[in-house]
Write a new protein. Structure first.
Length: 159
């Protein structure tokens, strides 16, 4: 009898999630994005780059380790490899845009309580390679080779 009750509860929870319910982390990300849009509208285009960078650095500073270290290194690599990208936050995560479109972003592991952080690229990134190519990379640490590869990917993404 207890197994049947447990099964029913977990099925009900799964149904709620699959029927459009969002987890608390997802709702928080959507609220972050709404706030980012309001802030961007108030700032205007001239202040966007400087204010966007300070927002990104503040978000990175709030992260627990090891996400903070990864975020700091990625920020340095991305801004150094593609100075044309504008740092800004996107759904509460550090992101980098070209002509207002997000090219790449850093999703810390703590954001959605995953076992690894992610460097992701959106469709504005020029990474097309045949009919299939990766758009996200799991990160647990950064070696010199990883940093060089990320720099090359970012340069290709904005080319």
């Amino acid at each position: 009898m207890k197994d049947a009750q447990k099964s029913t509860r977990s099925t009900a929870a799964a149904r709620k999630k699959s029927s459009g319910g969002f987890a608390a982390d997802e709702r928080a990300a959507m609220k972050d994005h709404a706030q980012e849009l309001k802030t961007a509208a108030r700032r205007g285009p001239r202040a966007a780059k400087a204010d966007g960078e300070s927002d990104v650095l503040a978000k990175i500073a709030e992260m627990p380790e090891p996400d903070r270290s990864l975020g700091e290194r990625l920020h340095a690599i991305i801004t150094g490899s593609a100075p044309a990208l504008t740092p800004r936050t996107w759904y509460g995560m550090p992101a980098y845009a070209k002509d207002g479109k997000i090219v790449c972003f850093f999703q810390p592991a703590q954001k959605f309580k995953t076992r690894y952080a992610t460097l992701g690229f959106n469709d504005a990134a020029n990474l097309d390679e045949g009919a299939m190519w990766p758009i996200a990379y799991a990160l647990t640490e950064l070696t010199a080779a990883d940093e060089a590869r990320i720099g090359a990917l970012v340069k290709q993404a904005v080319s």
